[in-house]
Write a protein that binds this ligand. Sequence first.
Ligand SMILES: *[C@@H]1O[C@H](CO)[C@@H](O)[C@H](O)[C@H]1NC(C)=O
Ligand SMILES: *[C@@H]1O[C@H](CO)[C@@H](O)[C@H](O)[C@H]1NC(C)=O
Ligand SMILES: *[C@@H]1O[C@H](CO)[C@@H](O)[C@H](O)[C@H]1NC(C)=O
Ligand SMILES: *[C@@H]1O[C@H](CO)[C@@H](O)[C@H](O)[C@H]1NC(C)=O
Ligand SMILES: [Cu+2]
Length: 145
Amino acid sequence: MAMKCRASYAGIIILVTASVLAVSMARRVVVGGSEGWHFGFNYTDWAFQNGPFYLNDTLVFEYDPPNSTTFPHSVYLLRNFWSFLRCDLRRAKLVGNVSAGGGSGFEFVLKRWQPYYFACGEHDGIHCKVGLMKFVVMPFPRCHG
Ligand SMILES: *[C@@H]1O[C@H](CO)[C@@H](O)[C@H](O)[C@H]1NC(C)=O
Ligand SMILES: *[C@@H]1O[C@H](CO)[C@@H](O)[C@H](O)[C@H]1NC(C)=O
Ligand SMILES: *[C@@H]1O[C@H](CO)[C@@H](O)[C@H](O)[C@H]1NC(C)=O
Ligand SMILES: *[C@@H]1O[C@H](CO)[C@@H](O)[C@H](O)[C@H]1NC(C)=O
Ligand SMILES: [Cu+2]
C-alpha cells in the first residue's frame, strides 16, 4: 500500500513516506467558507464546490452562540440517507451543541470511510428542511490499494 501510494506521487515527492504525505495534505475546511453555518445557505452546493473530501480532512463549523438577536444552530449526524432526505432527527447524534460553534468554531475530523450526513437540528428540523442546513460528505481514502 505504501509503495503504491508513494508511486502515485513519485514525480512530486520521493523521500516522504505515505503517511506523512497523507497527513500533510489533509485539509482544514470551514463549512460554508466565510458564510459559516447559517439558515438559507445552500450547503449541498457548497459541498459539491468544495469537494472532494478525503479521510482525515477536518471540517470546521462556525456559528454564533444564541443570544436575543441570533437564532441558535447546532450540528447533528443523521443516521442514514433516508433520515437525511427527510431531515429526520430521531436517533441523530449531536456533534456540536448550540454554543459549540462560537469563536473560531469547532473541528470535526472525517476519520471513517463512510458517508457523513450533517444537519442542523434546530427548530424541529426546519433549519434542515427549509434552511438548507444539511449536506453529505463521503471522504475518499487518499491512497488506493
Ligand atoms: C489519519 O490519521 C490517523 C491518525 O492521525 C492515521 O493513523 C491514518 O493513517 C490517517 N489516514 C489517512 C488516510 O491519512
Ligand atoms: C442547492 O444546490 C444544489 C446543488 O447545486 C441544487 O441541486 C439545489 O437545487 C439547490 N437548492 C436550492 C434550494 O437552491
Ligand atoms: C448577538 O450575537 C451577534 C453575533 O455574534 C452580535 O453581533 C450581536 O451584537 C449579539 N447581540 C446581543 C444582544 O448580544
Ligand atoms: C456544548 O458543547 C461545549 C463543547 O463544545 C461544552 O463545553 C458545553 O458544556 C456544551 N453545553 C451544553 C449545554 O451541553
Ligand atoms: Cu440552524
